[in-house]
Design a protein around this ligand. Structure first.
Ligand SMILES: *[C@@H]1O[C@H](CO)[C@@H](O)[C@H](O)[C@H]1NC(C)=O
Ligand SMILES: *[C@@H]1O[C@H](CO)[C@@H](O)[C@H](O)[C@H]1NC(C)=O
Length: 595
């Protein structure tokens, strides 16, 4: 979930905190006076060799600084090394310049958990300091259940390291979180669908190159029929008399070349087609890497996930697909990258993938083909892949059980395989509601309605609802015993309930509304328990398990803020907007007042 960024310009708003850290950075507290420009140059200097290794005792002043013009009129300043004793525990080497003392930023960074780097633009170096590494993407004007989901248009779920691959059989990501062999994690699947949906609504136009649409006689000439007995012809589409499709017939074994289409595509990496196999045919994509190596991705009729043999990568797309039309849609580079990680490191795989082009596409076996395209994305396809997976895999209780053991805190908060997550239920609902609104197909809304049942089942009876102080209903992301009260998961579940109550009717609407109202009451009573005066807590383990508080990382703190900004659009209670405001200020080093 991490979203890192580099500010293009050092924000004016950051300067006070830059000063603040600079002040903290002083050993000599007698000299807490205003920042001089020398201070900046000194910090920059310290960074160039943060550990002071290899430094002489005296240094000529750094050549570049913010006021490099004025500087030329000044005599060069010297730095001298000075030992800085930290809390009487240990020391680090600092620098002294006249009355001023500088500590290495590497030390400051670790000590205060802050971030900074030297960036070059406009021809000179700047040191850019940030209190946090995360950024809040402001939401759109008004949240609706058919609109963008929070800031998910910035998420690239398939690209995450903990996604093993996109299953060819199920069309959804396989997670390695908590279990390296891989499992279908409903939260990740819902996020995959919601991120593609949010991108689909975004401003980026879809670019499509039609390779074969079965309408143009001339296009058949583009195919290479390498085998002597292969055939290609037009045929009427039996299901749609207005439409013609391509009929192909070649040897079916993977060692045969089949029929192929040469392409030289370095931009459009999503391959889509409607295809019906009449025997055990397959689809192969030929890739050429920047180093000139040829790799082949074979999409075969099997249920296996992914296998790499030399430069041949195999993805199963289901073993029972013969005789029916399927819509095939794959992010070829993602498939390639995930396959490469079976043999190479993740960074090497990304590097190879970056320079790769699609060289050809081939088909083998006997079958029909239509609508074969390369495009820059097929967000709607992937969104429906996720929604359809959730419909197919909902259990008799309306839930999506998570089939791996989850150890939130080993031996203290653990969940055995088969647990439900209110966050999983909630995000699945948000996805299914959108699938219903786009398709008008009621099966999605029905599945969303069924997903409510788990919200009424207590966490100690296999469900997700727990009570705080015997009074407040809390929908648990991890329904542990004792309760964990994870804030972001709870709010995601509320957003799902909101989406459903807005769109459903009858008893489903009533139940969703009842659950939403009770969760909303809880949130208003408990939200500020998560505020620590300069950041937020991820959960309440310090209260329920007597453990040290679990501070939220900046990226989770950002999620908290994004969620409050969303809630402030659907609930006028000022608690949400004022808290979101304060929590945003924490990201720039502000703290709440002390006594
Ligand atoms: C190909 O796309 C067209 C237009 O969307 C559609 O009408 C047709 O049914 C598709 N062909 C197949 C075989 O699905
Ligand atoms: C509150 O959280 C922030 C961010 O994690 C952290 O830097 C700070 O030390 C915490 N403060 C307290 C009093 O726990």
């Amino acid at each position: 979930m991490r979203i890192s960024l580099k500010y293009a310009v050092l924000s004016v708003a950051l300067l006070p905190f830059f000063f603040m850290v600079y002040q903290w950075g002083k050993c000599d507290l007698n000299h807490v006076d205003t920042l001089s420009r020398d201070g900046e140059a000194g910090l920059e200097h310290a960074l160039k060799d943060p550990h002071g290794a290899g430094y002489e005792s005296f240094h000529p002043r750094a050549a570049q600084s913010y006021n490099h013009v004025k500087e030329m009129e000044m005599p060069p300043l010297k730095y001298r090394e000075i030992e800085c004793v930290i809390n009487g525990d240990y020391s680090v080497k600092g620098r002294r310049e006249g009355k001023e003392i500088y500590l290495p930023f590497s030390f400051i960074q670790k000590y205060f958990e802050v971030y900074g780097s030297v960036e070059q633009y406009d021809g000179y170096d700047r040191f850019e300091f940030q209190h946090s590494y995360s950024q809040v993407f402001p939401p759109g004007d008004k949240y609706t259940p058919s609109g963008v989901f929070m800031s998910f248009e910035y998420y690239n779920v398939e690209d995450r390291n903990r996604v093993k691959c996109i299953s060819g059989v199920e069309g959804v990501p396989v997670s390695t979180q908590w279990d390296n062999s891989g499992h279908f994690y409903p939260i990740q699947i819902a996020q995959y669908g919601l991120s593609h949906y949010s991108k689909y609504l975004g401003p980026n136009k879809r670019r499509i190159k039609v390779l074969e649409n079965g309408n143009d006689m001339n296009s058949l000439g583009n195919w290479m029929l390498t085998e002597r007995r292969s055939q290609l012809a037009f045929q009427m589409d039996n299901t749609n008399m207005e439409n013609t499709v391509v009929e192909f017939a070649t040897q079916e074994q993977i060692k045969n070349p089949g029929i192929s289409l040469s392409v030289d595509e370095g931009k459009l990496f999503t391959l889509s087609m409607d295809i019906k196999f009449m025997n055990k045919g397959s689809i192969t994509v030929l890739l050429r890497t920047g180093e000139g190596n040829i790799f082949r991705i074979h999409y075969i009729q099997s249920n296996e996930m992914m296998r790499l043999e030399g430069r041949d990568l195999y993805y199963g797309i289901g073993k029972d697909i013969q005789g029916k039309w399927i819509h095939f849609s794959r992010m070829i580079l993602i498939d390639f990258q995930k396959g490469l990680t079976l043999k190479h490191s993740k960074s090497k795989s990304r590097k190879i993938q970056k320079t790769t082009k699609i060289a050809a596409i081939c088909l083998r076996g006997r079958g029909l083909l239509d609508n074969m395209t390369l495009s820059n994305n097929a967000h709607l396809d992937f969104f429906f892949d996720a929604a359809n997976y959730l419909v197919r895999n909902q259990d008799y209780r309306g839930g999506w059980p998570i089939m791996v053991k989850r150890s939130l805190i080993p031996d203290v908060m653990e969940l055995d395989p088969g647990w439900y997550s209110a966050m999983g239920q909630g995000q699945a609902i948000s996805l299914l509601v959108r699938a219903y609104l786009v398709s008008k197909d009621k099966k999605y809304l029905d599945a969303a309605g069924k997903a409510l049942e788990i919200f009424e089942l207590p966490s100690d009876k296999g469900g997700v609802v727990s009570k705080y102080a015997f009074t407040y209903d809390w929908f648990e992301e991890y329904p542990t015993k004792p309760s964990s009260f994870v804030l972001n998961g709870f709010i995601y579940s509320l957003i799902g309930l909101y989406d459903l109550k807005e769109v459903a009717s009858g008893p489903t609407r009533e139940l969703a509304e009842k659950l939403y109202n009770s969760g909303s009451r809880t949130l208003k009573a408990m939200l500020l328990m998560f505020d620590n005066g300069s950041g937020t807590f991820y959960d309440l383990r310090h209260i329920t398990a007597g453990l040290p508080p679990n501070r939220a990382r900046w990226d989770y703190h950002t999620v908290h803020i994004n969620q409050l900004l969303l809630l402030s659009q659907i609930d006028s209670d000022p608690l949400f907007s004022t808290t979101a405001q304060r929590w945003q200020e924490y990201m720039k080093g502000h703290r709440s007042p002390h006594n």
